[in-house]
Design a protein around this ligand. Structure first.
Ligand code: ADP
Ligand code: MG
Length: 236
């Protein structure tokens, strides 16, 4: 519990800093991106290949800053709003093309095991997509080249009012010392990492009344996202 309070205090502090600056950063970013895209088109018309490559790099890096700012904004948001009843399978279907594409680039095999009979949940679809994308990306990044990513929908009798979405990889696993740190904001073992992915995931899932569990060994890692059923829609 103490650990949770510490984490929540840290998130609050980050939130306050973020709220004050993220919007201010995003506006000029949007302008820079717009003009870079224009420049990109002009360079294409003039067949300036080398310069286009530079502008391409600038655009990619801009996207990284933009993602970072988005994560900050998300962490700084006090409460979640737009919720609707939905099947988690539909949410997964929408992000699977992106995950498969990323997996293909790293020779990772993706297996998806849907469970169509699961009842709906109450969630913000865009935020939930971000959770599964983050977890899928982490899994692929952990495996490097090759490996298998398994995504499952499940229901367990011992958690009868929740569904479980499992994202499992065959990567090197998370060392036991790090297991309780991976959800901390800014905890990363990657040279280019922000360490915000999992804290954002946890924030989103907590706001839905759910939780994230992590199981890891040297054979790989499994993240389980628990989300409560939509009570109003259950009808059973
Ligand atoms: P980032 O991806 O920017 O490092 P995250 O919050 O998404 O930030 O993840 C934090 C850290 O947790 C990662 O740097 C990595 O050390 C560890 N981690 C997360 N997912 C996995 C995974 N599937 N396998 C191994 N380690 C993982
Ligand atoms: Mg990540």
């Amino acid at each position: 519990l103490e650990e949770q309070i510490r984490r929540s205090d840290r998130l609050k502090t980050i939130g306050q800093i973020a709220a004050g600056t993220a919007h201010e950063i995003r506006n000029p970013l949007t302008a820079i991106k717009g003009f870079m895209q224009l420049l990109n088109r002009t360079l294409a018309d003039r067949e300036m290949v080398k310069e286009r490559e530079f502008v391409g790099i600038v655009l990619t890096e801009l996207e990284r800053v933009n993602d970072l700012v988005s994560d900050f904004l998300l962490l700084s948001k006090p409460k979640e709003a737009k919720r609707a009843s939905m099947r988690v399978g539909k949410v997964l279907q929408e992000i699977l093309p992106m995950i498969r594409n990323e997996a293909l680039l790293h020779s990772v095999t993706v297996i998806y095991r849907p469970k169509p009979e699961l009842p709906p949940i109450l969630a913000d679809k865009e935020l939930l997509k971000q959770v599964f994308l983050n977890l899928g990306k982490n899994a692929i990044e952990a495996m490097g080249e090759g490996g298998t990513l398994i995504i499952r929908e499940n229901h367990y009798p011992y958690e009868s009012d929740k569904i479980a979405i499992e994202i499992q990889d065959t990567g090197p696993g998370i060392p036991p010392d790090f297991l309780d740190k991976v959800f901390d904001p800014f905890f990363t073992t990657k040279p280019q990492g922000t360490g915000l992915g999992l804290s954002v995931c946890q924030r989103i899932v907590h706001d839905l009344g759910g939780s994230i569990e992590v199981l890891s060994s040297e054979e790989g890692t499994k993240f389980i996202v628990w989300i409560p059923y939509d009570g109003g829609e259950r009808g059973d």
